[in-house]
Design a protein. Sequence first.
Length: 135
Amino acid sequence: MTLRTFLILAVPPVLLSGFLPRCWTAVRNRRHPAPQPLGPPIERLAADLRRLLRLHGELTVSAHSALCAHRVWAVEAAIGSRAIEAAAALGIPHPHPDEAASLTRTQLSALLTALATEGLVLPRRIGHFTLDGRL
């Protein structure tokens, strides 16, 4: 067997042995893509919830809280929205996301308690609540 014949017979299998596994992996990954998260990471949701709860507490204890009632309600709606997103990410039963702005104090407290029970780190004392029964 000459060198030329050897190269003609040996080189294609050697090249294909490195090429075929990569092609097969690419085809398999295209058929079954890796799962993608549906929302923001749970760490960011938890940080947002802590920040919003702290802001809510600051707004409710301020001397001019009557002047910024609309801001308190907006923060409460944001807390409800983030709590629902976090509950969805952790697989906790939760209300529909469209109901975030209309959650009652009892519903939101129960949701925040469920999140804390599942391991989400939230402040111990959530703060003062508005008098109309919302958060």
